[in-house]
Design a protein around this ligand. Sequence first.
Ligand code: HEC
Ligand code: HEC
Length: 294
Amino acid sequence: MKTNTFKINTLIAAGGLLAGALALSLSVPTFAAGPDDSTMILDGGQEIVTDLAPGADSPLDRLYSGWRFRSPETQALQLDDFENPAFPAVDTGETLWNTVEGTEGKSCAACHDNAEVSMKGVRAQFPKWNAALQRPHTMETQVNECRTERMGAEKWKWESKEMLAMTAYVGLQSRGMPVNIDASDPGMAQWLEKGKEVYYTRVGQLNMSCANCHEENYGTMIRADHLSQGQINGFPVYRLKWGGLGSAQRRFKGCMANIRATPYKVGGDEFTALEAYLASRGNGLSVETPSVRN
Ligand code: HEC
Ligand code: HEC
């Protein structure tokens, strides 16, 4: 992988500050350890694409799923749906799918019928441009639109158990399908540009951008963590540290806090643009929802 002294020094400075302030330590530079070469074959035999050559306009030489940077133990949890700790939530999602709620007396299934059919491939397109709203929907805002506008039900909070269960359940129906963010609408293209700007802007006391870690230094070790490309094809993920599922935007918030920046608002325009842009950087990677991380 590419590397240079300046970037490594920035990371060391970052690590020093983090170590001081947060009792963390950093073990760069080690010219370690890019992604490992494991192949993801799910217990049912399905093979999942975890690396591929990106499209022509990608800043990355090759796309890698975050799974390829995790320890063999964490990787193993994702391979078997009985071991994967996210699956109880997926079951809750299925129950919610069939639950009547709100003033219209409808469940999701009342309109969308069998999720295994109607939701197949849907997650791979999100965040997705919505012409009526003239902005992209994240999976969370889409689900809430159906709840408030079509069911007469209350919104779910972004990180609520219900929302995470539903986004995991809907996401699972696209597992193995290639992420495919459609940028053809000029409105969507503008949002992706905005997300790109957020991605490359240095912020916080450590004055770092997402790219400083996830584009320029993926493969190295930071704290005891193996830096990935920060791809979001597996979200919502079950994080062992969280003891539960979390959204992509929760992860963005954590990364911003680690570089001592004030995180943007979950559900706000900056994070929605960032999520859309990050998803598009992973076009072609398989949806892995629900993935497992440390
Ligand atoms: C009264 C009917 C109705 C109900 C009930 C309903 N939806 Fe929808 N849903 C729709 C319609 C219509 C669309 C298409 C909206 C559009 O194209 O803008 C949609 C779109 C969606 C999409 C995006 C599909 C795509 O291909 O982009 C998702 C995901 C979704 N709904 C999830 C849910 C969930 C989860 C629930 C239950 C919490 C639910 N919906 C309840 C009617 C409904
Ligand atoms: C100081 C380095 C650093 C910066 C800067 C940083 N991150 Fe991270 N990020 C990490 C580490 C360490 C992890 C955990 C290991 C991994 O999955 O890469 C992580 C994990 C992630 C993940 C989870 C990936 C997965 O496979 O589950 C996402 C998504 C992510 N970061 C996005 C971002 C975004 C967006 C930004 C900019 C707002 C950002 N990060 C800035 C260090 C950083």
